[in-house]
Structure formats: C-alpha cells, structure tokens
Design a protein around this ligand. Structure first.
Ligand code: PXP
Length: 251
C-alpha cells in the first residue's frame, strides 16, 4: 500500500465550550477535554475565539496555552482585536477565518484575493512573532495563489461543501468537489504552502480527504465532540485516527 506519511489530527474543542456556555457554568471545561485529546493522541488543539465569544472565551485561550503540551492552533477573524490577542497569547499557529455574526458555523473560505494587501500587513507581525499563519480558504486557485503571495505558511482547505454533499447523498457532486480539493492541494503544495483541511469531517467522509497526499493535517471538531457523548473522547479520537491512518496506508 502507498505510504503517504502520517497525517496530523488537530482536535477542535469549541463545542465543549458551547455546552458549558449553554448553562453559564464552569463545566465541561475545554482545557480538560483538550488534555484528554492530547492523551488520546491528538497532535494539536484547535480553538476558535469568535468575536461574539459564543463558545471559546479569552480565558480559555490563556488556559489552553498554559496547560497544553501540544501545539495550539488559534482560529480567529482578521481583526485588530484578534491580532492583539494573538500577539499576547503567542499560539503555535493562527488560522484566519471569515466570520459572520449570523452564521451558525464558518460557512465559506476567506477572500484572500479580494483583501490581499490588508491581509499581507495583518499577518506580517503574527509571523514575525513566530506563529505559523494559515488561511482558511476554498479550493479556488485564485485564493490559493493569493495566500502564497501574502506570505502565509499554510492553507487550510474548507471541506464543508464536500461534507454537506456527502451527507445529502449527492455523491457525484461530492466526488467532483473532492477532485477540486485534490487539485487545490496539489497547487498549494507546488507554491510552497503546507496544506491542511477541515470542516464537517466525520468517520464516513474522512478517508478520501485523508488520502490527499499533500494534506498534512486535518482539523476536526463538531463530529468528534458529538461522538464523545457515546464513546468517550479518547475512543472517538482513536477511531478517527484509525480511519485517517488506514486512508494514508498506515496499518
Ligand atoms: N477548521 C476550521 C478553520 C474551522 O473553522 C472549523 C470549525 O470551527 C474546523 C476546522 C472544524 O470543523 P468541524 O467542527 O465541522 O469539524
């Protein structure tokens, strides 16, 4: 079997905070979940500090940075407020995402091509502070090329549309979307970008994404936290890891 190299798994713990915030209490604690994920073999922890703080809060970021032994991937919008928080918290990685107040989740990719000059200036101090800066984008070649031009180290390809088509049983369209993601990953890699992917990934749809050779990391949250209700977080992560490794040719 073709060995593609181990794929990193970043576990997004936002929705542990969603459950906590539903009752305004102190539990479940996202840091405790992150430490369990770390013990279960996660390679990194992803957390999205939204402008409206609907899940992760500022204090969670401080606690995660102080408590984790694995890298923290801090997701945020490209705003002055978030830039100041990143420069203070100094996470290992920063993933810039578009944010709309009314959306339930991050619906589309960032328009890097349409905001190239501002984003180039925005990421320069983050990179200078040692963060690996990632752009969460669709597979549009214009967005990939613009991400390379502004000096991003990484692009994370948005798999949400692929995941939705898969879930709706529109398998031919999901296949076409997969091919576009494959082409996008190859283009990004050829431009010197590290390639990550994520959004909406589940046990059922992860394998073809995990098998894209240029993809080095998957970031997965909502499904895993939901699955943890049934299996526990460690078994839920182990199952996902097993499927990723199998798709990668690691037995
Ligand atoms: N990657 C990015 C950039 C995201 O914004 C999200 C959602 O916060 C994810 C990955 C994880 O998506 P999901 O929770 O659907 O697995």
């Amino acid at each position: 079997m073709n060995y593609l190299g181990k794929l990193r798994l970043g576990v997004n713990i936002d929705h542990v905070a969603t459950i906590r915030n539903a009752r305004g209490s102190a539990w479940p604690d996202p840091l405790r979940a992150a430490l369990l994920a770390e013990a279960a073999g996660a390679d990194g922890i992803t957390a999205h500090l939204r402008e409206d703080r609907r899940h992760i809060r500022d204090a969670d970021i401080v606690a995660l940075k102080a408590g984790l032994g694995i890298p923290l991937n801090f997701e945020c919008a490209a705003t002055d407020e978030m830039q100041a928080i990143v420069l203070k918290a100094r996470p290992h990685a920063v993933c810039l995402v578009p944010e709309k107040r009314t959306e339930r989740t991050t619906e589309g990719g960032l328009d890097v091509a349409g905001d190239e000059n501002r984003l180039a200036h925005f990421i320069a101090p983050l990179a200078a502070a040692g963060a690996r800066v990632s752009m969460f984008i669709g597979h549009d070649p214009r967005q990939i090329a613009a991400s390379a031009r502004i000096g991003a180290a990484v692009v994370e390809l948005h798999t949400g549309h692929y995941s939705d088509l898969h879930a709706e049983g529109r398998l031919e369209e999901a296949e076409a979307e997969l091919h576009a993601l494959q082409r996008g990953a190859a283009l990004a890699h050829s431009l010197g970008l590290e390639v990550h992917a994520g959004h909406g990934l589940t046990y059922d749809n992860v394998a073809p994404i995990a098998a894209i050779p240029q993809v080095m990391e998957l970031n997965i949250g909502h499904f895993l936290i939901g699955e943890a209700i049934y299996l526990g977080l460690d078994d839920a992560i182990a199952e996902m890891r097993g499927r990723m490794d199998l798709a990668r040719g690691i037995l």
